[in-house]
Ligand binder design. Structure first.
Ligand SMILES: Nc1ncnc2c1ncn2[C@@H]1O[C@H](COP(=O)(O)OP(=O)(O)OP(=O)(O)O)[C@@H](O)[C@H]1O
Length: 495
């Protein structure tokens, strides 16, 4: 055994057959330091991970398993290349791998955001690498941006430290990283390929940013289902679906660039997607005119929805009152009467924040049948921005004038159903700067489940609250999901 000197904090660490000289520290893990190091034997520069304390007997076994698995996976283009390793009894364990440029985590925190094309490439890389691990009968158990490296623009998986054979049932405490850990693991279930799928999907949300393309969004929602059976079975199935979503996206992007007939004058401008991390832009100001009501077909549809809800609630009187109200003139500024099958706390004027109680979900058994959804803060109504689109339709606040685009129903099963029978959904994972909402085909996903609390909060995906994002402007006021904080911007009512 040769003794090699690594300058810096880890002065004299014993090395294996190859000697290395540290050229600097690349990063630190919980129990190791990763050096950019030069092999004095082969003259190449590698990433050298050196453990800072000696391994226990168990850790020693795991280290050998990690190296053995890593070596087998190493030929795959999306797994970081394994070079050499050792865990001498009298010194620190170490692993040398190919040197990469940076971690995906770093890249996602830098500007500019990834282009759509790069996002698809990296997402496919991540799933290809993970599919190889699954194909070899293992699970990774710690997929996250910090464990994905970039090498010449491509993503490679690293850190097989807690990878395990799929059929091994000796796993006790859930391993992995908070935020990326599949929810069933917290409930004591054993990890399997679907828990890796969950972590990979959360990672992909980060790659695609706040505004993922249509099919990708749906796929990621599915892959982060709380029920593992609803997710793609493994990374290979996930990859197949991502590739299909990419093909659809590419085809529709090509169609988008083709010239289109001008939109009808009285419709609002459609949202344009600008980039993976870009916030949905505001539409052009829409003109409010008495004649700006929706086509009769939309009205009939909206009423049919209400009819179904009313029937479910056993309230024909309700339906009659709604029909009566509609016939009085959709598009007029007359407000509908307040009709609640639920709590009276949902109606009336803004609730002063000092009198607000702690957030408690309203009874989910309550079929709250409603009309407009008003922000108590801005005294404006939530409205749909443009024609219903399969790529998601934006929503924002606007003057309450009771057009079909402004009518919403909080259904008994927790959906907020609106224009064109679509549902309000949260558009991505929780983000520090706020998470957008949009209208989407109704599906039984957590991103579409809402509850109106007794203190007028609309609580949705991951316990976030629907929030007004800024002061009302001539272009409408954006809304988004934020951490529930009890601010007046988070108070809503259906009326
Ligand atoms: N092959 C490599 N090429 C370039 N940088 C690397 C390489 N391997 C690791 N790094 C850098 O070193 C950092 C630490 O890596 P390491 O795998 O030890 O830690 P970790 O995964 O963050 O933590 P832990 O090992 O506790 O889970 C990484 O975040 C990355 O920035």
């Amino acid at each position: 055994m040769t003794e090699g000197a690594i300058p810096g904090q880890d002065r004299h660490v014993p090395l294996g057959p190859a000697n290395f000289v540290s050229l600097g520290v690349l990063g630190r893990g919980s129990s190791s330091v990763v050096h950019r190091a030069k092999s004095t034997t082969f003259d190449d520069v590698v990433a050298l991970k050196v453990w800072q304390r000696s391994l226990t007997e168990d850790e020693h076994i795991r280290f050998r398993q990690e190296c053995s698995l890593h070596r087998r996976l190493s030929g795959h283009p999306n797994i970081v290349r394994f070079l050499w390793a050792d865990a001498p009894a009298d010194g620190s364990a170490w692993i040398a791998t190919e040197l990469c440029d940076e971690s995906l985590d770093n890249r996602l925190h830098r500007c500019p955001p990834l282009s759509r094309e790069d996002a698809f490439e990296l997402a496919e890389d991540v799933l290809s690498g993970l599919a190889e691990i699954h194909r070899q009968g293992h699970i990774h158990r710690d997929i996250k941006p910090g464990n994905i490296l970039l090498r010449q623009g491509r993503a490679v998986l690293c850190d097989m430290g807690i990878a395990k054979p799929v059929d091994r049932h000796t796993l006790n405490a859930p391993a992995g990283s908070p935020g990326y850990l599949a929810p069933e693991l917290g409930r004591g279930r054993q990890p399997d390929t679907r828990s890796d799928v969950y972590s990979a999907a959360v990672t992909l949300y980060g790659i695609f940013g706040e505004n993922p393309p249509d099919g990708v969004e749906r796929l990621l929602t599915r892959a982060t289902s709380s029920e593992p059976a609803d997710r793609p079975a493994d990374a290979s199935a996930f990859l197949d679906r991502l590739q299909a979503a990419r093909a659809t996206y590419t085809a529709s992007a090509a169609a988008e660039t083709a010239p289109r007939p001008a939109e009808r004058g009285n419709r609002r401008a459609k949202q344009t997607e600008v980039g993976p991390s870009a916030t949905a832009p505001l539409t052009k100001p829409r003109e409010r005119r008495p004649g700006d009501s929706s086509p009769p077909r939309s009205v009939r549809r909206a009423l049919m929805t209400l009819a179904v809800i009313a029937a479910a609630a056993g309230s024909t009187a309700f339906l009659e009152s709604r029909l009566g109200n509609h016939n009085a003139g959709a598009g007029a500024s007359t407000k509908s009467p307040t009709i609640h099958a639920g709590s009276a706390a949902h109606s009336g004027s803004p609730v002063p924040s000092t009198t607000r109680k702690a957030t408690t979900p309203a009874s989910s058994a309550t079929a709250t049948v409603t009309s407009q959804l008003q922000s108590l803060y801005a005294s404006k109504c939530m409205t749909v921005l443009g024609p219903s689109s399969d790529t998601g339709t934006g929503v924002q606040l606007w003057d309450c004038i009771n057009v079909p685009e402004e009518r919403w129903v909080l259904t008994g099963d927790g959906h907020i159903k609106g224009f064109a029978d679509k549902c309000l959904e949260v558009r991505g994972p929780r983000a520090a700067g706020g998470t957008p909402v949009q209208l989407w085909s109704c599906a039984d996903t957590p991103a579409q489940r809402w509850s109106l609390t007794s203190d007028s909060r609309l609580v949705g995906y991951k316990g976030m609250c629907l929030d007004v994002r800024g002061p009302a402007t001539a272009n409408g006021t954006p809304i988004q999901m934020q951490t529930c904080s009890g601010v007046p911007q988070q108070a809503w009512r259906f009326f």
